[in-house]
Write a protein that binds this ligand. Structure first.
Ligand code: FES
Ligand code: FES
Length: 149
């Protein structure tokens, strides 16, 4: 039995310790905002925060997440207020199909926490999420907007 704290709520999860965190979040806890893309740590669709660090949950076993603070896209807004990254995403019409976007937003929120005013080079090295719709220019513009908010 693992103890998993997701968006401030503690859950007892009776799953194999090697189960990918992504499946625990989606199947055990019902947090389906976090998406499955590649399953091998490459695309970033499954990005969540573990103790504030952007982490690809498809390659993170439950055993490594237990006892830590996990935040998913469902927990990013606080007290009914969207996170600045979410606001910038809306203002810049970033999503197209939307599938990659929860992971993209979580990665960007972690970047801005670490580097509140990232350069283009910082963005290129930190945001390696893949978007099949090709929203990269909108993503860059929205990151700079969120950084100036
Ligand atoms: S689904 Fe996890 S990185 Fe692609
Ligand atoms: S918005 Fe469609 S994959 Fe990124």
């Amino acid at each position: 039995m693992a103890n998993l704290t997701v968006n401030g709520k503690t859950n007892d999860v009776d799953a194999d310790p090697n189960t990918p965190l992504l499946w625990v979040l989606r199947e055990w806890i019902g947090m389906t905002g976090t998406k499955y893309g590649c399953g091998i740590g490459q695309c970033g669709a499954c990005t969540v925060h573990i103790d504030s660090v952007a982490t690809r949950s498809c390659v993170t076993p439950l055993s490594l997440a237990a006892g830590k603070q996990i935040t998913t896209i469902e927990g990013l807004a606080q007290n009914g207020n969207l996170h600045p990254v979410q606001k910038a995403w809306l203002e810049h019409d970033v999503p197209q199909c939307g599938y990659c976007q929860s992971g993209m937003i979580m990665a960007v929120a972690a970047l801005l926490k670490e580097k509140p005013k990232p350069s283009d080079a910082d963005i290129d090295s930190a945001i390696t999420n893949i978007c099949r719709c090709g929203t990269f220019q909108q993503v860059r513009a929205a990151i700079h907007a969120a950084a100036s908010a």
